[in-house]
Design a protein around this ligand. Structure first.
Ligand SMILES: *Cc1c(COP(=O)(O)O)cnc(C)c1O
Length: 218
């Protein structure tokens, strides 16, 4: 089942779009099945949960953090993850920078954009992203690699299309504006199970899929 789903999706999406398997709540066995079918990146939403799986699966796959990163979990997170897709505050950037400095490593990060300006959601507002980058550029142990966005949780992907389109526009504006500083600015992570087709049409090159790979979450 998982294997068939992965194969079908990898077959369907353009090669330029990287599939991240969103694995919150999924077991080591389920994740391994996805890896066997061709998944190369998993996205975890909770540090503690990720760590338990990481201890078993380790470098069979790349580990991306896609949830809200609590400050007291940064130290653990930077040891384990290959990318943090959900950078949502300068304070967090500073902490990641500090902890990575201790380990002598540079963490690739994506800036999480609150594309629909939802008050209850985290993320940087679209209009604040450029200022955020100007400040985050001072951290030498993080590498700004692009944008990630979620958007409202809706069934109809057409509702998300304008937000995806705006986020792609913002991605390009930043690329242009910071072309000398942001040499690794290349990832636009948007689209989930209900919206990945639309997200790809609007320029996503990384999609995060849970239910279409593993089945409904219970
Ligand atoms: C769970 C999750 C996904 C995947 O959602 P599905 O609807 O299961 O595809 C993608 N991104 C984030 C940040 C998530 O937490």
């Amino acid at each position: 089942m998982i294997e068939e789903n992965v194969k079908q999706i990898l077959n369907e999406v353009p090669a330029a779009a990287t599939v991240v398997a969103a694995t919150k709540g999924r077991s080591v066995d389920q994740i391994r099945e996805a890896i066997q079918a061709g998944i190369t990146i998993v996205g975890e939403s909770y540090v503690q949960e990720a760590q338990e799986k990481y201890l078993v699966i380790k470098s069979e796959v790349k580990w991306h953090f896609i949830g809200h990163l609590q400050k007291n979990k940064v130290k653990k997170a930077v040891k384990m993850f290959d990318m943090i897709q959900s950078l949502d505050s300068l304070e967090l950037a500073e902490l990641i920078d500090k902890e990575c400095g201790k380990l002598n490593k540079v963490m690739p990060v994506l800036i999480e954009v609150n594309c629909a300006r939802e008050p209850q959601k985290g993320g940087i507002l679209p209009e604040a992203v450029k200022t955020f980058i100007a400040e985050a550029l001072s951290f030498s142990h993080i590498r700004l690699g692009g944008l990630m966005t979620m958007g409202p949780l809706v069934e109809d992907e057409e509702i998300l299309r304008p937000y995806f389109r705006e986020t792609k526009r913002l991605f390009n504006v930043v690329k242009e504006r910071y072309q000398d500083e942001l040499l690794e600015w290349k990832y636009l992570s948007m689209g989930m199970s209900a919206s990945y087709r639309c997200a790809i049409e609007e320029g996503a090159n990384m999609i995060r899929l849970g239910e279409v790979i593993f089945g409904e979450r219970t």
